[in-house]
Design a protein around this ligand. Structure first.
Ligand code: B1M
Length: 222
């Protein structure tokens, strides 16, 4: 198979949720020298976008979305060590979680992989994380950044609830807040009072580094 054919097959089998085939194709592509980023960005992510489009049109339902997501996750497990391959020094601690009411985690996991690859220590609280749980963990690990992911328009208001909880606990000035997720925009992030918003995993990494550098230089000046 050519690399183009592998990408097309990966796209097709993710779309139909054929997890064993997606794993086999991922392994075959890597063994044949394909770039892990290409497998991710040229096949797996576009396929999930099409899954979403089909769901919106009423051609797919939740079970189809679920099996496609599982197929994608199988490939991500294989790609994870390659995407996160790094020799860089530790740049900071990032506490991450999908907000309360929301169980989507593929995008969050991808951001985590890229952060780890860039030298962050990532502590992932998983999905459906209540504000109290974020607070509890911030007090325990004192992260540089806390990241809230939301993938539904109905769960995006949890950003504000989480930030309110941080303020109430006297922690708002002690931690940088980043938000992201498919329906989130920079405007929304600004309105809820987040320090940063990123549309994708690589932008999230770049922004996280910038925000930490800014916070540390502000401390150095003070
Ligand atoms: Co859901 N779902 N889903 N779903 N699902 C969406 C999000 C949807 C857009 C589909 C659609 O209608 N087109 C839609 C939301 C509409 C809206 O609110 N605007 C939707 C819906 C409606 C639902 C349910 C309500 C369906 C139902 O039950 N009727 C339900 C809700 C469950 C809940 O959470 N309470 C539901 C359930 C599910 C499954 C469980 C079946 C499954 C999730 C499995 C899993 O995650 N383990 C699922 C899936 C797979 C999807 C789609 C198809 C794919 C999501 C995905 O993984 N994308 C999705 C359609 C779509 O997105 N086009 C959809 C790939 C991923 C790499 O991209 O998540 O955007 P993304 O992550 C990006 C960026 O957002 C960013 O970086 C990531 C990597 O580049 N990013 C950050 C993410 N977090 C960040 C944090 C940062 C910075 C950047 O800083 C902290």
């Amino acid at each position: 198979m050519t690399h183009e054919e592998i990408l097309q097959s990966l796209y097709d089998h993710t779309l139909t949720g054929n997890a064993p085939e997606v794993k086999a194709l991922t392994n075959a592509g890597l063994a044949d020298g394909m770039n892990p980023e290409s497998i991710l960005y040229d096949a797996l992510i576009p396929s999930l976008e099409e899954v979403g489009a089909r769901f919106e049109r009423g051609d797919y339902f939740v079970p189809e979305m679920l099996i496609a997501a599982r197929a994608m996750q199988g490939a991500l497990d294989i790609l994870r060590p390659l995407l996160a391959e790094t020799g860089v020094v530790q740049v900071g601690t990032f506490l991450m979680g999908t907000v309360k009411g929301d169980v989507h985690d593929i995008g969050k996991n991808l951001v985590n992989i890229m952060l780890e690859g860039a030298g962050f220590t990532v502590i992932d609280l998983g999905v459906n994380v209540a504000p109290e749980r974020f607070i509890e963990k911030i007090l325990e690990v004192n992260p540089d950044i806390v990241g809230f992911s939301a993938f539904l328009t109905t769960t995006m208001p949890m950003f504000k609830a989480n930030i309110n909880a941080l303020e109430k606990a006297g922690l708002r000035d002690k931690v940088i807040v980043m938000v992201g997720g498919a329906p989130v925009t920079k405007e929304y992030a600004d309105v809820v009072g987040a320090d940063g918003y990123a549309a994708d995993a690589s932008t999230a990494v770049r922004l996280a580094k910038e925000l930490i550098a800014k916070a540390r230089s502000a401390v150095a000046v003070a």
